[in-house]
Design a protein around this ligand. Structure first.
Ligand SMILES: O=C(O)CCC(=O)C(=O)O
Ligand SMILES: [Fe+2]
Length: 356
């Protein structure tokens, strides 16, 4: 079976359509989606309030130092935080939320106008399915390359509703700006010259994964998204509607259900940043549970390195940890190829492949 760079996955049924027919049927969940044991394998702790980081305070010279310590604590001990006062205008967020939600209300045939093609992860469909017997996630997604702008394949961008392309473009620019700002503060917090980190990002490659999780009356039998860590450097997650579902695995081995704060972005450290930071910042495993009665929609903005760069611990940080590099330094394109060709439902950390 071919596992090209970003794609080559097996096609799977459309879960939104499947859920619609199935929900009134009185039947059990179709076998390929049954994850009862896995879903219940570790205790789920409700009401996880992630650390809150305030970008307004980071940008205020009088408060920045204190907030920087807060940011560092969140990245080192949680790998996750909610970002408030991020400065992205309300209309930008409202518009993209409205348009994405509207896209999923279109008839299946209309949505399929931007369906994935066999060898590309971009478009409407699913990813990471390598075998006919593999258990499946209770969700559909749209994956798009957003930045640099030249990397966009407009054929995968929904043309309906007509305002969606503009609202995604505006949100993409805003998310990239917030991310650049955060990365600079993270570099400073780690004791690295911000430019030394930013040069790895160049024009700030960014991809977006919008995920639609249909409701499931037997929600405990399915998983919306298998446990995984994000391969990218930094993920900015927008709750497109207000339905919770994200769970993170903490050091106690339990899953903690995140309580999203209204208007905040959920930000998480990805594998790339864990490697660059020489293990200082944590890329934390997460998954998504499905709601019994309500659909859930999220948009994850993944911020990546330049494709022609290397990923590995920054020399300044290796020096700071007594000369010990915790990861090998590898070609970033190969690193991403490995991520896209690995199964995510097996609980194996992609990053462990590179650990020394
Ligand atoms: O839907 C979510 O809350 C999380 C999505 C996610 O983790 C991902 O797409 O990598
Ligand atoms: Fe993720």
């Amino acid at each position: 079976m071919a596992h090209p760079k970003t794609g080559g996955y097996l096609p799977v049924p459309n879960v939104q359509a499947l859920a619609q027919t199935w929900s009134g049927s009185g039947e059990l969940v179709p076998d390929r989606y049954v994850r009862t044991e896995e879903a219940a394998a570790a205790e789920v702790v409700a009401g996880c309030e992630l650390p809150v980081v305030d970008l307004g305070r980071l940008l205020d010279p009088r408060l920045s130092k204190e907030e920087l310590a807060n940011l560092g604590h969140a990245c080192q001990h949680w790998g996750y935080f909610q970002l408030i006062n991020h400065g992205v205008p309300k209309e930008v967020i409202q518009d993209v939320r409205r348009d994405i939600a509207e896209f999923f209300r279109l008839p299946l045939e209309a949505k399929k106008a931007c369906a994935q093609l066999p060898d590309d992860i971009q478009g409407y469909g699913q990813g990471f399915v390598f075998s006919e017997t593999q258990k499946l996630d209770w969700a559909d997604m749209i994956y798009l390359k957003l930045r640099p702008v030249e990397s966009r394949s407009m054929r995968f961008w929904p043309a309906q509703p007509p305002s969606l392309r503009g609202s995604v473009d505006r949100f993409s620019a805003a998310a990239a700006e917030v991310t650049a700002s955060l990365l600079r503060f993270m570099a400073a917090e780690m004791g690295v010259e911000p430019e030394r980190l930013m040069e790895k990002f160049g024009a700030q490659p960014q991809t977006m994964k919008v995920t639609y999780y249909p409701p499931c009356r037997l929600a405990g039998d399915v998983l919306g998204l298998s446990p995984h860590t994000d391969a990218c450097a930094l993920t900015l997650l927008l709750h497109v509607n207000d339905v919770p579902g994200l769970q993170i695995r903490r050091d106690d081995g339990k899953w903690h259900a995140v309580e999203p704060l209204e208007g905040a972005f959920v930000v998480n450290v990805g594998d790339t940043l864990e490697m660059l930071s020489n293990d200082k910042y944590k890329s934390v495993e997460h998954r998504v549970a499905v709601h019994p009665d309500e659909e859930r929609i999220s948009a994850a903005m993944f911020h990546q390195l330049l494709p022609n760069t290397t990923v590995g611990p920054l020399p300044e940080l290796v020096k700071g940890s007594g000369g010990r590099a915790r990861y090998r330094t590898v070609d970033y394109a190969d690193f991403m190829k490995h991520f896209f060709s690995s199964r995510h439902d097996k609980g194996v950390r992609h990053l462990d492949h590179y650990r020394i």
